[in-house]
Write a protein that binds this ligand. Structure first.
Ligand code: IDP
Ligand code: MG
Length: 138
């Protein structure tokens, strides 16, 4: 049993893709254990993406993440980290497999609609960053 953090990024929310993404999660039988809409501050985005602070795209990425509301979710299930990353597709939508969320909807390597944790340790940090235990229905 594993948990992962999913974010529908501001481009996804702004373009009206919340329903589409949630539909794909449910069609894959992924359990949504928590969900809410947030509007990140710059400091919150910088803390969330702290691992990328030395990367050239950090400033632009953190501006993007606080450019509008986002939907954060906790997904739960066996091997859910890998399964959700497969449903999302590669970071660069041009390299994402056909039928994945990013291949179908991303417009840019940065504006790629969704986020998903990449390992159990990062998932634990990312879930705790946005949710307290009472908000996760399990
Ligand atoms: P991931 O979201 O697939 O895990 P990461 O390498 O962790 O990809 O990068 C985090 C986010 O930073 C990406 O989802 C994307 O929005 C943005 N990003 C990654 N690489 C680049 C880049 O080369 N240019 C601009 N933005 C990037
Ligand atoms: Mg990542």
């Amino acid at each position: 049993m594993e948990r992962t953090l999913s974010i529908i990024k501001p481009d996804g929310v702004g373009r009206g893709l919340v329903g589409e993404v949630v539909k794909r999660l449910e069609a894959s039988n992924f359990k949504i254990a928590a969900m809410k809409m947030i509007y990140m501050t710059k400091a919150q985005a910088q803390g969330f993406y702290a691992v990328h602070r030395e990367r050239p795209f950090f400033e632009s990425l953190t501006d993007f993440m606080c450019s509008g509301p986002a939907v954060v979710m906790v997904l739960e299930g066996e091997d859910i980290i890998a399964k959700y990353r497969e449903l999302m597709g590669a970071t660069n939508y041009k390299e994402a497999a056909p039928g994945t969320i990013r291949a179908d909807f991303a417009t840019d390597i940065e504006k790629n609609v969704v986020h998903g944790s990449d390992a159990p340790e990062t998932a634990a940090f990312e879930i705790g960053y946005f949710f307290n235990a009472f908000e996760i229905t399990g």
